[in-house]
Ligand binder design. Structure first.
Ligand code: ATP
Ligand code: MG
Length: 412
């Protein structure tokens, strides 16, 4: 990609009302554009980053045998009335609208209701189970407090997965599988060191649900952990009964701020009962489907990563999710020719800063944008048939021959 072709400019100032470091940098570096509080446009760099996260999640879920589909964001009140969640007293974040032809519609805040209702057409007998599906979809929530940039917004990208099983035992196996899949995902996006699976409040069908919480000073949640972090729990379940259950004492726990990046729930019959999602078992008897739901806030994950790794110069993306691996700056005419050749061949990996600007300004932008490696080719490095490589995270520099560089590029 050539920066000269991009309309996006880096900005000196962030919107005044942004307080989170990640939000300021994401706007200034040209990843997102703010429409209104809690409502953002994803610009080319931002979209590419978001898609990289999305693709990691997709790869891991597909590997685990999950089925991707896409449901509509428009919500039929019928199924929500059956679970008594259409009423704004029960669900206080609805965006609702009206059909010209008459009647109400909602913009989907989550998809348990329509997902359960949809599966009535496909699940009839025990032979149709187990089943699961997931989607990447825009969710709409009329959040009272939109804050922390893309970490809490009124429109956001969620990955939601739903599972359908004959009974609890079968469900539990899938639940454990997804626990492992989530650990893999958070590790691949670069958050494994600071993300914990926590005990959170359950519901009628399980004692606990689990959340995945990333330790973050600006996080909205408080989590409690013991010394080796083998037991981590949410504030809402911090009580004597739970402590006894987990075999840990209050004074053995420390607290820290964290951001919820995902969760997994045993839903049991919570939705299948009111929506009557059932199957005929081997004895011809009607049974309710045992369900689970599993969310990841994809755009929040991007915000959390931005917040977690940013330094005083700007964003610092882990390699796997950075929009480009290399930020290429050429100094001198021969170097420019070489740089253009490289960009042409590896346009998905290289962001070539061919704008008419001083190298110093380009270096500053490469740091603000958080591209993992800066490559500088100058007439001087070309004499040695090489390029200078600087790692964004560590500042470490080394000279790389162009052959070595091409070998690395073609491997990625
Ligand atoms: P929170 O407690 O942060 O409001 P939630 O319990 O409402 O989250 P879910 O409804 O289970 O979360 O949504 C699944 C995931 O979507 C969450 O784990 C979180 O990562 C993300 N998420 C939830 N609300 C938002 C939001 N307003 N903006 C961005 N991401 C969100
Ligand atoms: Mg919420």
């Amino acid at each position: 990609m050539k920066l000269s072709q991009s309309f996006v400019k880096t900005l000196r100032d962030a919107p005044k009302d942004e307080t989170a470091k990640s939000a300021k940098y994401l706007v200034r570096a040209g990843y997102v554009h703010k429409e209104l509080a809690g409502v953002y446009d994803f610009l080319p760099l931002g979209l590419k980053t978001l898609r990289n996260i999305e693709n990691i999640i997709r790869e891991e879920l597909n590997r685990a045998g999950c089925n991707e589909l896409q449901m509509t964001a428009l919500q039929n009140p019928d199924s929500w009335q059956k679970t008594e969640r259409w009423n704004s007293d029960r669900m206080d974040i609805w965006f609702k609208t009206e059909l010209s032809a008459g009647g109400e519609l909602g913009l989907g805040p989550t998809h348990e209701e329509p997902g359960t209702a949809m599966m009535k057409d496909y699940i009839k007998s025990y032979k149709d189970l187990p089943a699961n599906f997931y989607q990447f979809q825009t969710k709409f929530r009329n959040e009272l407090r939109a804050k922390s940039g893309i970490m809490r917004t009124r429109e956001f990208l969620m990955k939601d997965l739903y599972s359908f099983n004959t009974n609890k035992e079968e469900h539990d196996k899938f639940y454990h599988l997804i626990e492992e899949v989530y650990k893999k995902i958070y590790s691949r996006v670069g958050l494994s060191d600071c993300t914990y699976q926590t005990f959170a409040s359950g519901g009628a069908f399980s004692k606990y649900s689990h959340e995945f919480q990333t330790v973050l000073p600006v996080g909205e949640d408080t989590i409690y952990y013991n010394a080796d972090k083998s037991i981590v729990l949410n504030e809402e379940v911090l009580n004597d009964e739970v402590l006894a259950d987990l075999g840990v004492k209050r004074e053995e726990l420390e607290s820290t701020k964290a951001a919820e990046v995902g969760n997994i729930f045993s839903l049991g019959y919570k939705f299948s009962k009111p929506l009557d999602l059932s199957y005929t078992d081997q004895d011809g008897k009607k049974q309710l489907v045992y369900m689970g739901s599993y969310g990841i806030g994809v755009s929040r994950v991007m915000g959390v990563i931005a917040e977690k790794f940013a330094d005083d110069k700007g964003l610092v993306w882990p390699e796997e999710i950075a929009p480009y691996r290399y930020y290429l700056v050429a100094i001198g005419e021969n170097a420019e020719k070489k740089a253009e050749e490289l960009e042409k061949q590896y346009s998905e990996l290289i962001l070539l800063d061919n704008r008419n600007m001083r190298p110093g300004e380009k270096f500053a932008d490469s740091e603000l944008m958080g591209i993992p490696y800066r490559l500088v080719i100058s007439d001087k490095t070309l004499e040695k048939n090489s390029a200078e490589l600087t790692a964004r995270k560590t500042g470490e520099q080394k000279l790389l021959t162009l052959d070595e560089l091409v070998a690395i590029l073609s491997k990625v």
